[in-house]
Design a protein. Sequence first.
Length: 277
Amino acid sequence: MIVATNIYPLLERLLPESITLAPGRPGYLQRLYSGVGVPSQRAVTGDSFALVARLDEASCLQTVYRDLRQQALDGSITALNDLGWLWLNGKYWVADHELARHLLRMAAVQGSAVACFNLGQQHYFGKGVPVDYPLCAEYYQQAFALGFVPAAAALGDLYEEEVCADGIVRPWQVDLQQAFQWFYQGAHKGDARCRYEIGCRLLHGLQVAADSKAGVYWLELAAVAGVMPAAEELAVHFSIAQPALRYLFWRDQAIALGSELALAMKLDDQVRPQSGK
């Protein structure tokens, strides 16, 4: 990807020399829910705390900011996205949604799939911009086309949604077949969430003809990747179907992933033989 060098004189004027710190430092729960969109490190490594941990462990956030700023001025598209993500969320320094949008757009025009996804998130949640589902869908599609596979799950969700969080109906057409197709594309590209969604639909005949064999196939792929609801679905399915060993395997896998439902199933299994005596 050729870097659009003409944006960097503008970038030096856009980026302040220092930041205004947000009050307090994010705690553990805020680290788990790091806000809207994703930083580049998470997209590349799958480590949701790569950038967050660096910020949390920093003795001086100004130093981290100056480093990211210099990387961005030196042509780093990753730093551009990450600065945009930070200003979008305002957890470490005070949010600036307009500046976030400028930075994310600069990264997006240079081919950053993650920045496209983050722009979609900005328009989905209406952070400093009007809520706009059609534009959000365009950004998600660009992100997917550029290789950010989780955008397929976001598109699947979007095409199933009728209203925004504020309850106001938007000019948006629900399209369940489109939703299925996006989940299907994401599943084939390896996205675990999409594999779970496709597996459930095929297993239960939702929006498509039921196909339990195919449904189990996709659910198993999702469960192996650590999607707890997929392991739960398999445990419930095999609690009725045979063989019993598959039920026990997926029940225990779901428990290992933290499923209270599967734990309750195991307790029932232990009580049932005693009550039958």
